[in-house]
Ligand binder design. Structure first.
Ligand code: ATP
Length: 602
């Protein structure tokens, strides 16, 4: 396949914001590609050579890319830089300058897709003293053989700016359309959720059809998308929903970790965002390996910091010190952590993801031995009880809060209580102590825009446009303009934090009416509290769900101070959850005020 064919498809995708149209473009293209090539196409379409959870080494410094464009286009680095500053997009710069050059020169060898994969692999693996120079030359060589459109995507891929607007949901729709049926789409989604590898799923369905996809299982070492909980506003509601009987577990306030202990002794720890956390919790990795009964397993637990003097659990902020990149040895000593395990997904050759929770839990408890030798046991299980009435529920919840936990997680004991990778549902229901406050729970929202500040915030961002995600449409919708809760230090670091997500135009994955001074591709996730939710003529989340021609907006939003770097934008609060919040609030307070203006920025 010529790389130009793929570049043209990317260009078509970019030129539409309709999910249906994107699905058609993709499925039509998928049918024309060899299965093995399709796998690489999937990775490249998000600017990668591997699945999301593999560490990405492709990122080239802007300076090197600028040099490569200059050398291929025959322009001076200054000319390239000027255009780059003007457009903010190296892809556009390469396209424009190479297009001018190509009008004057003869076309060279056409660039094949295979040559691009090889060239990018060379860029990724270049090491040694002159590695930067080598990377630059590999890119220049590919651009030399490429047309302007291909150069656009090459430069975006190597600088981490590859965003064609089609999210995972759209890609799965397209795979179903190309190689299966609409009814079989859930099988594709499940395979993706348990492998986190869309390339693998695409190759499998293209080659072996849906039967082959159904045989895909979890692999020890490759992360599984985590199962998530719904929320209800009271313990009686939870007992009702669980038909009067369920398990309660303490809800620990720490960092979720999915641990993969392989037969060969290697251990990998993943965050819920699929980042590799192994180097942050080397002590936990060792303890899990040592205490596992058996050869291999995938388990999940919450890593929580504790006070070694009293054994008392410490809040979330403490365990985040472990996210540091340097001086880990000292940090491990300074911040003692325990893991409270709550689930088991795989053990010695058996996949437990389709096994009901009571059996998974029993297997988990039978699969780890007690710690022997000096020092505290770093490995334990979440405190748990089977609850059969409201008194027991209240008592267990009070105990959890007294033990410095956030609240409880109620878990279904029914036969249907499988591990639902990647989905949020009522098989798990959370209930936290802060639910007694005005609005149930906080919201995790992604930054999609910024407004320049005024007064003492002049010269920096003064407020942010925040969005939530709608998995049903694969789009983000705005929820509020957030201008409160920021301290000076946070405001000062905002431009840096957001710069790599800056976009010249409204991102294709976003529905928005409000227009900020600067747009951002969804990337940074912040935790936000609010006084309530109202019907909004301006905001677009859950548009039309509660009222025709209106969305929902958060009133008096406030940044809680917590950056959710453990969440991807797609793991933000969803449109359905916001609707649910709205309905809970309406039930509670039948005459809630209509949407006014949001709190003005400070
Ligand atoms: P929150 O901000 O409330 O943690 P979230 O969106 O990150 O919400 P939820 O699924 O809503 O995730 O809440 C479940 C989270 O609680 C899990 O991701 C996990 O990190 C944590 N947790 C703590 N204790 C438990 C437990 N016993 N069982 C399952 N998850 C637990």
């Amino acid at each position: 396949m010529q790389f130009s064919k793929l570049a043209e498809m990317f260009d078509r995708l970019e030129s539409t914001s309709s999910r249906l149209e994107m699905t058609d473009i993709l499925s039509e293209f998928f049918r024309t590609v060899e299965p093995a090539e399709l796998r690489q196409v999937i990775y490249l379409s998000v600017g990668r050579l591997h699945p999301e959870f593999y560490p990405q080494e492709l990122g080239m410094a802007d300076k090197l890319v600028l040099k490569a464009i200059a050398s291929v286009s025959g322009r001076t680095p200054k000319e390239v830089e000027d255009l780059w500053i003007k457009t903010g997009d190296p892809g556009e710069v390469a396209e424009t300058l190479i297009s001018k050059k190509k009008q004057m020169t003869l076309f060279s060898e056409p660039l094949t897709f295979q040559a691009v994969v090889e060239g990018l692999t060379l860029i990724e693996t270049a090491t040694g003293k002159d590695s930067q120079d080598k990377k630059m030359k590999h890119l220049a060589r590919m651009m030399h053989d490429s047309g302007p459109l291909e150069a656009r995507y090459l430069c975006r891929i190597v600088t981490g700016r590859m965003r064609v607007g089609a999210g995972a949901m759209t890609v799965m729709d397209a795979l179903a359309l190309a190689f299966a049926t609409k009814e079989q789409r859930p099988d594709i989604e499940r395979a993706f959720n348990i492998t986190c590898d869309m390339g693998l799923v695409a190759e499998t369905v293209a080659e072996g059809g849906i039967e082959a996809v159904r045989k895909i299982g979890v692999t020890v070492g490759d992360p599984v998308k985590v199962m998530l909980a719904e929320r209800l506003r009271s313990l009686p509601d939870i007992m009702d929903r669980m038909s009067g009987r369920c398990a309660f577990e303490y809800k620990y306030d720490g960092m979720r970790v999915q641990a993969h202990i392989r037969k060969d002794g290697a251990v990998k720890l993943y965050s819920r965002r699929l980042e590799d956390l192994t180097s942050n919790f080397p002590d936990i990795a060792d303890a899990l390996k040592e205490q596992l009964i058996g050869q291999e397993a995938i388990i999940e637990g919450e890593c929580v910091a504790f006070d070694p003097a009293t054994g008392s659990l410490l809040p979330f902020q403490n365990v985040t010190h472990r996210r540091r990149k340097h001086d880990m040895e000292q940090t491990v000593e300074d911040v003692p952590v325990r893991i409270f395990m709550f689930d088991l997904l795989f053990h010695d050759g058996k996949d437990y993801t389709l096994v009901p929770y009571p059996e998974r839990r029993a297997k988990l408890e039978a699969s780890f031995s007690k710690h022997e030798g000096p020092g505290p046991d770093k490995v334990g299980f979440t405190t748990r009880a089977v609850i059969e009435n409201e008194e027991q529920a209240q008592e267990f919840f009070d105990q959890a809060v007294a033990a410095k936990c956030e609240g409880i997680m109620a878990k279904s004991l029914e036969d249907i209580s499988i591990y639902r990778a990647g989905s949020r549902g009522f098989l798990w229901i959370k209930y936290k102590k802060d639910y007694t406050q005005a609005l149930v729970d906080t919201f995790d929202l992604t930054v999609v825009g910024a407004f320049y500040g005024m007064g003492k915030r002049a010269g920096m961002y003064g407020a942010l446009l925040m969005a939530a995600y709608d998995p049903d449409t694969g789009k983000f919708g705005t929820t509020c303009k957030l201008g409160t809760g920021f301290d000076d230090a946070f405001l000062a670091q905002l431009p840096d934090m957001l710069s790599k997500y800056r976009s010249e135009k409204k991102p294709a994955s976003l529905d928005a009416e409000m227009v900020p001074d600067v747009w951002f591709i969804p990337g940074v996730v912040l935790e936000v509290s609010a006084a309530d939710i109202s019907i909004s003529p301006i905001h677009t989340i859950a548009f039309g769900s509660v009222k025709e021609d209106a969305g929902l907006g958060l009133r008096f939003p406030r940044f809680t101070g917590r950056v959710r770097d453990d969440k991807t934008p797609e793991q933000c609060t969803t449109a359905a959850e916001i609707v649910e919040f709205y309905q809970l609030q309406e039930e509670r307070d039948s005459d809630s005020p209509e949407m006014g203006d949001e709190e003005p920025s400070e």
